[in-house]
Design a protein around this ligand. Structure first.
Ligand code: BGC
Length: 409
């Protein structure tokens, strides 16, 4: 019998013993039980999501096991245990945004090419779905977990299980808070993302040379994603002195993070808020000079709203991710810039980290002091972001092979 079976037996008898002792009522335990009771549902989630996950590109040995890999079933568990092939669990937030699809596909393909089993999950931007999926990945015997959290503060309990099973965890692009189970963090420098956006607005409006004042509106990302606070802070640190001096004016007066945050980075929420701002403050033809948008899904909402309700000169609009529709908008003049985080690079770094963990060699990090998750300083591997606009998109996005001309036409 496998080690797993023995540990299942041990786990079952421990649960029985705890139940007999009547000592299972902590809130953590209740939460854990809730997750367990979702087991059937979880398996369904895995199968549905993996169905459209099929990359079908690599013809390695592992793809011969594709059906097993896709199901994430007990068979899969046995397979991992028996032949010792490392299994990597990847938990991504959503398929709604193009970037997460590109991240997931590339990561899965590279890891499969390395000879690993891979279970890639998308959680539809729903925290309880992500918790259930991570729980499943842990139960199914993953050797390393790579997680892009939906809500960085909601994974404490489920990651406790990963820690108990000695499964190393890499936080992918988004920090995971309040847990000592997080071993590494790999991301772009998210504060720098905001700085790049703020500086772009400063340069484009020539705030240091022009008399102004200029009108600006401010958007921020999802309050549950700590990156959102970093983007905001980076940009505000550049722009705030100009707001304080009166050179930048925010007619809506909505400046604080809590007033400008956008749940789930939703295009529709951003559009609704921009509609309201335009109708309340700009319907008399007042000029809007800039809109700080932290990412492309929010920029898209703002652009939709401007197309419907704004007649003045087009403002400077920032973004992030270089999603295809946004790059098209950059080309057609509806968006000014997007911060480019070459996710190929981020994925490649992550795959190297996974390999190092599996092989027991040194994991590359370049920051061991900045990222405090509330429990520990998380060793981090940070990649530098750059911006893309009408002047450089061809060199950065097309010449580098990130997109083809056809993608953008
Ligand atoms: C990522 C961005 C992304 C946003 C919305 C952030 O955590 O860093 O690239 O646009 O989430 O998914």
């Amino acid at each position: 019998m496998t080690k797993r079976f023995i540990s299942l037996l041990l786990a079952a008898s421990m649960i029985l013993a705890l139940a007999l002792c009547g000592c299972s009522s902590s809130s953590k335990e209740t939460e854990r039980k809730k997750r367990k009771s979702k087991k059937t549902e979880k398996t369904k989630i895995t199968e549905t999501i993996d169905d459209d996950d099929d990359d079908g590109k690599k013809s390695t040995k592992k793809n011969k096991d594709k059906d097993k890999d896709k199901k994430g079933t007990d068979d899969d568990k046995k397979n991992t245990q028996d032949d010792g092939t490392p299994k990597i669990g990847i938990s991504m937030p959503t398929k709604d945004l193009m970037r997460w699809n590109m991240d997931g596909d590339r990561m899965k393909n590279l890891l499969v090419t390395e000879g690993y089993l891979v279970d890639l999950q998308y959680a539809d931007n729903d925290v309880s779905t992500q918790v259930a999926q991570i729980d499943f990945l842990i139960d199914s015997g993953c050797d390393v977990l790579v997680i892009a959290a939906i809500d960085g503060s909601s994974l404490t309990d489920v990651l406790e299980e990963a820690k108990n099973k000695n499964i190393p965890v890499i936080g992918y692009d988004r920090m995971i808070y309040n847990t000592d189970a997080l071993d590494y963090y790999v991301s772009f420098d998210n504060y720098m993302v905001g700085v790049v956006q703020g500086e772009y607005i400063r340069e484009n409006l020539a705030l240091d040379d022009n008399a102004g004042p200029f009108n600006i509106e401010i958007f921020a990302g999802d309050p549950g994603d700590y990156n959102a606070a970093m983007f905001y802070q980076g940009a505000i640190d550049v722009l705030k002195p100009y707001i304080d001096s009166g050179k930048l004016v925010v007619p809506s007066a909505q400046i604080d993070f809590s007033d400008v945050a956008t749940n789930g980075y939703k295009t529709s929420d951003a559009q609704n808020r921009m509609d309201a701002i335009l109708s309340a403050f700009y319907s008399d033809g007042m000029q809007l000079d800039a809109v700080l948008c932290p990412n492309d899904s929010i920029a898209l909402g703002v652009e939709n709203s401007l197309a419907a309700f704004y007649v003045g000169n087009y403002p400077v609009i920032t973004g992030q991710d270089c999603d295809i529709s946004n790059v098209k908008n950059i080309i057609s003049g509806k968006q000014t810039m997007s911060v480019f985080k070459d996710t190929r690079n981020l994925v490649d770094q992550t795959v190297e980290m996974v390999k190092a963990i599996i092989n027991g060699t040194d994991v590359f990090v370049n920051d061991t002091s900045t990222y405090d998750n509330g429990v520990k300083i998380v060793p981090s591997n940070l990649v530098t972001p750059i911006y893309v606009d009408i002047n450089n998109y061809r060199t950065i996005l097309i010449d580098s092979g990130y997109y083809t001309d056809a993608d953008l036409s």
